[in-house]
Design a protein around this ligand. Structure first.
Ligand code: ATP
Length: 373
């Protein structure tokens, strides 16, 4: 499923040079973005970057200061929220406390004056979808957090929106339930064939559920890509640092040679020489950053043999035990800190590397990245 790679695909939702100002403050800055039908799309970024504002404009709760939003080619300017084929599920769930689960789900349908039979059928369908059939008569305060979340989801879906907007939908759940619910959400989205747009500041959540992610910073779109691309090929220090753990060293390009489709880039970071294989826009003399994920760095107490492109030497300063992985924080000979992660395949008691060990960190030329911004 990757309609965004098809040049002829027609976007389902299009943000066209959308700007939103609140007084002098620019919350969303000249943002253009296409989302395709049936996509599970995430808006990701730190608090205040404009994610919710962008979603509220799509829902019709805010109008853009300039630019347009199109849905299936139709300009949504001036269309009130209740006439848009979108529905928004809020983080607070906003359930009616005095109404039973089934009444909560039926509420929006009653407002729309649907026939009783149709309402009952849809409520049953939704209860089944979110696996709450036996809880139909309960009130929200007789439910767990996860069950309440599912009622809110059922209520948002009952009106059969074309696009479901989810604002931090799992924010109130504990970690385990959150992970389970992420898979339920994906399952429901696929079953119903709907377009989901989710706002989150949780990068792991965005990575798990999304077909594509838009990373935002101060009202600007920094990168739009699949989770794997965002993780493996971040386009900037900002994205690299925001998603997952990464080592970043400031550096300068010393040489660049073309090697067929890729470049061999030699960079220098305060005397440390690093070689990177990638297609690279930077040229000799440019200030860049070198970035590498800790799990791509090998750690060894012996000097790597043979033609190793990149090797650093230092002392094990700290070890973080994460169960599946251990992270080694190494103080390089020049005093800078660098992280290497190793899967805990063997039992911990067998691990040869410990605090104070002098170690070598090494990686191949295609494991790291040169970042130009
Ligand atoms: P969070 O994750 O905290 O919800 P966000 O990325 O969703 O953050 P927004 O809610 O879109 O951020 O807000 C973006 C910026 O716009 C914030 O600085 C916020 O204070 C500001 N803002 C949002 N709504 C208004 C408003 N009605 N009036 C003035 N400023 C606003």
């Amino acid at each position: 499923f990757s309609p965004w790679t098809d040049p002829d695909a027609v976007p389902f939702i299009r943000f066209e040079n959308v700007t939103k100002r609140f007084g002098d403050f620019v919350a969303v800055d000249d943002l253009s973005l296409d989302i395709y039908e049936r996509e599970f799309f995430s808006l990701l970024g730190p608090s205040g970057c404009g994610k919710t504002t962008l979603m509220r404009m799509l829902a019709g709760f805010e109008e853009p200061t300039s630019g347009r939003i199109l849905l299936q080619g139709q300009d949504l300017s001036g269309v009130p929220p209740y006439k848009r084929p979108t529905n928004m599920m809020f983080q607070s769930y906003a359930l009616f406390p005095h109404m039973s689960v089934e009444k909560n789900i039926a509420f929006g349908l009653e407002q729309d004056n649907l026939a009783r039979g149709e309402i009952d059928a849809r409520v049953q369908e939704m209860l089944k979808l979110v696996k709450l059939e036996q809880f139909a008569k309960r009130k929200p305060n007789q439910l767990s957090g996860g069950q309440r979340q599912r009622v809110a989801l059922a209520r948002s879906l009952a009106k059969r929106p074309k696009v479901l907007l989810l604002d931090e939908p799992l924010g109130a759940l504990d970690r385990k339930l959150r992970e389970e619910t992420q898979f339920e959400l994906m399952d429901i989205q696929t079953k119903l064939g709907l377009t989901f747009l989710i706002v989150t500041h949780d990068q792991e959540e965005a990575m798990t559920v999304s077909d594509r992610i838009a990373v935002m910073d101060k009202g600007i779109l920094v990168q739009v890509a699949t989770p794997a691309e965002i993780y493996e090929a971040p386009n900037s220090r900002y994205v690299a640092d925001f998603i997952g753990d990464i080592n970043i060293l400031e550096a300068r390009v010393e040489a660049k040679e073309s090697q067929g489709s890729e470049d061999l880039v030699r960079i220098d970071s305060d005397g440390v020489k690093i070689t990177v294989e990638q297609t690279c826009e930077a040229n000799k003399g440019d200030a860049v950053a070198f970035a590498i994920r800790p799990e791509k760095v090998r750690i060894s107490t012996t000097q790597p043999e043979g033609a190793v492109a990149n090797a650093l030497h230092g002392e094990v300063w700290d070890i973080g035990y994460l169960g599946d992985f251990s992270v080694f924080i190494v103080r390089l000979d020049d005093g800078r800190m660098f992280r290497a992660a190793q899967a805990n395949v063997a039992r911990l008691v067998d691990r040869p590397i410990t605090f104070g060990d002098m170690v070598w960190l090494s990686w191949s030329a295609d494991a790291g990245l040169v970042l130009t911004r």
